[in-house]
Design a protein around this ligand. Sequence first.
Ligand code: HEC
Length: 148
Amino acid sequence: MMRLTHLSSYRLIATRALLPLIVSLVVFGTTAAIGVIPGAPEAGKIIFEERCASCHGPKGLGDGPRAPFLSPQPASLITAGISVKSDKELLNVISNGKPRTAMPAWKDLLTEQQQWDVLAYIRKLIRFYPKPLTPGPPNGSNKRSHPH
Ligand code: HEC
């Protein structure tokens, strides 16, 4: 009897001591999960199609339906020039917009996570775009139409 009581009170103390640890693990774990931002391209795709494709085009080529009416027109997002830019540089443009262009600031409309998601999607467009990013040699494709 003595022993049992002793054990159960020990267990109670142990639980009490562990509780803050468990709580903090859950809280920090969740914070970390939100804090580990690098984006989800699947979520980014939806954001891109909804918010960006009207200017930048569905594949990021800068050929969205609003593009012809803008000056300067949105450039292709899948060029080598964009791919070498850091996440920080591109997120800065996405967040704050680009001065003297139609590029809007998204910081009040998209969460930080959503901005990372859309960036991850842009990165994916760059990587998987099937055509070469540089044009082929001139006249290369015309040769066959002039047989000699
Ligand atoms: C109203 C038209 C418009 C919309 C909508 C728009 N953009 Fe832009 N964006 C532009 C223009 C214009 C530029 C400046 C020219 C350029 O650099 O392409 C630009 C530039 C950029 C650049 C910078 C390219 C560089 O050279 O650094 C990024 C990145 C970008 N946009 C991403 C986005 C994302 C992501 C969205 C959606 C959340 C979006 N844009 C929505 C018009 C738009």
